[in-house]
Design a binder for this molecule. Structure first.
Ligand code: ASP
Length: 367
């Protein structure tokens, strides 16, 4: 039986395209023009994913599945109480409750699964994978997602660490001078310990629109030597968010997209901007059209700049006052990362030790 790609190739000749009124010989769906046919296994992730990419490569080198590889990789950060951007220890919402979002995509089977507003489960990426494997659905949210997780054997635990709780209390105390909470200065119980994990990788914390709100997420993508591609994105989302807020991470096409014919992309940073521009899907489509991963990421970021018309989200010079990062790999194993603002880094592993590389960017941070 002819595959969909064979069919598209067969019908994408100039005559067929002209007859269909497409005005081009290029198929709208199919492999990217740059396909070389072989790939070196490579994993690319957000800057907090050094261990994730190393794990992903180790798993695929051992013959493991690409989705299992990236999920095992991000599970390290999800279970780490010291990483305040994901899973256990993630920063809570306005009410002090940790709500997690995650999505996975498995290229070879064209599978996708996601959970949003999930409470009490340390590894939402594993629940997203269960949604993909064991249901006919793609996205489960809130209480339903939690009930499903329990039915699949996941334990419910308290995800709020003492450190995250203190940061939430401190934020609540400093939020307004007209509520009944005393400020840390007034109580003499300020935070003495600097939060060193903040914005280590230019994820967007210091550029978030109110200038102080922590953000963070881990995205990890991998391609194996057979060209199989998978990706995962997992997060506790925007700190102090309105309860029920869902970011880009669990939205297929926004915080993650994988097309096994083309490549994968994921994002971190201001989720609302990524959702409005179908960010990761845009990057994959630009790679399909022949752009390198880095150029595709930069082009998708330019769309975000164009879409950012709200003065409250702009600096004085009209540029976005927040950051967004994309991380991408194509079918050839070429990879790249880019951010709106300079100073961001992403994690890569292509066999040896994993390393950080500087992300390309649109604007100089101090420019
Ligand atoms: N993208 C995440 C969200 O909007 C947050 C982040 O990556 O900083 O939920």
């Amino acid at each position: 039986m002819a595959s969909r790609r064979d069919f598209l190739k067969a019908t994408a000749g100039a005559g067929a395209a002209a007859a269909a009124g497409l005005g081009t010989a290029r198929p709208l769906l199919g492999a990217p023009a740059v396909l070389r046919g072989t790939a070196t296994p490579v994993s690319v992730a957000s800057g907090n994913g050094l261990e994730a990419v190393a794990t992903a490569i180790r798993v695929v080198d051992g013959g493991g599945d690409t989705l299992e590889a990236v999920v095992e990789g991000v599970n390290i950060a999800e279970r780490d109480p010291g990483d305040s951007s994901v899973g256990y220890g993630g920063l809570p919402n306005l009410d002090g409750v940790v709500q997690l979002d995650s999505s996975v995509m498995h290229g070879p089977s064209r599978g996708a699964g996601a959970v949003a507003c999930l409470e009490g489960i340390k590894t939402p990426s594993r629940v997203a994978m269960d949604v993909m494997r064991y249901t006919d659905h793609v996205l489960l949210v809130g209480k339903g997602a939690q009930r499903f997780a329990v039915s699949m054997g996941h334990d419910i635990e308290d995800l709020l660490t003492e450190r995250s709780r203190r940061r939430w209390i401190e934020w609540r105390a400093t939020m307004s001078d007209r509520d009944d909470y005393l400020t840390p200065e007034e109580t003499g119980h300020g935070n003495s310990e600097p939060f060193e994990d903040e914005d280590d990788y230019g994820l967007g914390i210091l550029d978030s629109h109110d200038g102080v709100r922590p953000q963070g997420t881990i995205n990890c993508n991998v391609i194996d030597r057979n060209g199989a591609i998978s990706g995962v994105t997992t997060t506790s989302g925007l700190a102090w968010k309105v309860p029920g807020r869902v970011g880009d991470s669990p939205i297929v096409g926004a915080g993650l997209y994988v097309d096994n014919d083309v490549g994968a992309c994921g994002s971190t940073g201001r989720g609302e901007a990524v959702i409005k521009t179908c960010g990761s899907h845009s990057v994959v489509e630009l790679m399909r059209a022949g752009m390198s991963p880095t150029d595709a990421c930069l082009e998708a970021l330019r769309r975000i700049v164009t879409f950012t018309v709200e003065p409250r989200l702009q600096r004085d010079d009209g540029r976005p006052s927040f950051n967004v990062n994309y991380y991408a790999v194509n079918k050839n194993g070429d990879y790249g990362g880019a951010a709106i603002w300079s100073g961001a880094r992403f994690a890569v592993c292509d066999g040896g030790d994993s390393r950080h590389e500087d992300s390309a960017y649109l604007f100089e941070r101090n420019g």
